[in-house]
Design a protein around this ligand. Structure first.
Ligand code: FPP
Length: 256
């Protein structure tokens, strides 16, 4: 057991047995998650959808606590897509409110642990109160690098690519011939961050939903039927074990 997990995982538990199987020299550096199923989780319990989001926030906390202890460096969470504005206004308002409250309450935890918060997406349209909290926490944590959380907010993978092209054309005026994949990567929202090694989607849907279209070219994808509010530490360990069982060839005929 690695030191950071001692005292966190109960000795003799099922989780401990699973953790023993992890090869800590072959961890994914970057895990991205499409957190799906909050609404269905609530519906199954005859609760309003917003209760699903509240429970989803608890799962966010558990995963944010688990990933750095396991040695994962980057976590990207798809929290609000550009398409999510189509939802009932009340639900949209609640989601942004939940995030603002979460940041108010938990920012000290991020600071204490030296975690950095990043936003990927178009921040301009985010409601003022939430935007203010986001800017505050991003400013406070910008120099930390123990663990980096990217929150995808008002995010669209296609918009991200278009935004990169706009910046290249309008600001940096790079000639077509000088552009290549490496240079283009410097213009996307996740510039400087390695591409996700593992993409997790909860609730069983087999879709990418406009998430990290450029970055997931060679990510391993793991879909679980578990609804996001029920996703826990053990599921994260299972995802990592599954990831480690895959042979990543990156187009080659042997593992890279
Ligand atoms: C998907 O479930 C979830 C979302 C669109 C929002 C994600 C939000 C959270 C996990 C909680 C809040 C956390 C933050 C960081 C703001 P869905 O509503 O699409 O579920 P459904 O497909 O079952 O309807």
């Amino acid at each position: 057991m690695i030191e950071s997990l001692r005292g966190f995982i109960k000795p003799g538990s099922e989780e401990e047995a699973l953790i023993q199987k992890i090869d800590f020299s072959k961890l994914p550096k970057h895990v991205a998650v499409i957190m799906d199923g909050n609404g269905r989780w609530a519906k199954m319990r005859n609760l309003p959808r917003v209760e699903g989001h509240k429970a989803g926030l608890k799962a966010v906390k558990e995963i944010v606590e688990t990933c750095p202890r396991m040695g994962i460096k980057y976590l990207t969470l798809y929290a609000f897509s550009k398409e999510n504005w189509k939802r009932p206004q009340k639900e949209v308002k609640t989601l942004w409110g939940l995030l603002a409250n979460y940041l108010k309450k938990e920012s000290s935890v991020l600071v204490k642990n030296e975690f950095r918060l990043n936003v990927i997406g178009q921040m301009e349209q985010i409601p003022e109160r939430t935007k203010k909290e986001l800017v505050r926490v991003m400013d406070m944590t910008r120099n930390y690098d123990k663990f980096i959380i990217n929150l995808a907010l008002n995010y669209s993978g296609r918009s991200e690519i278009v935004d990169a092209v706009k910046k290249i054309l309008d600001t940096d005026r790079i000639k077509g011939n000088d552009l290549n994949e490496e240079l283009f990567s410097k213009y996307i929202y996740t510039s400087g961050i390695p591409d996700p090694d593992l993409l997790i989607r909860t609730s069983g849907e087999l879709r990418i939903s406009n998430f990290l279209l450029w970055q997931i070219a060679y990510s391993e994808i793991w879909v679980t039927p578990v609804y996001w509010p029920d996703f826990n530490r053990r599921n994260m360990i299972e995802a990592i074990l599954e990831y480690q069982s895959r042979e990543r060839r990156f187009g080659d005929i042997k593992a890279g």
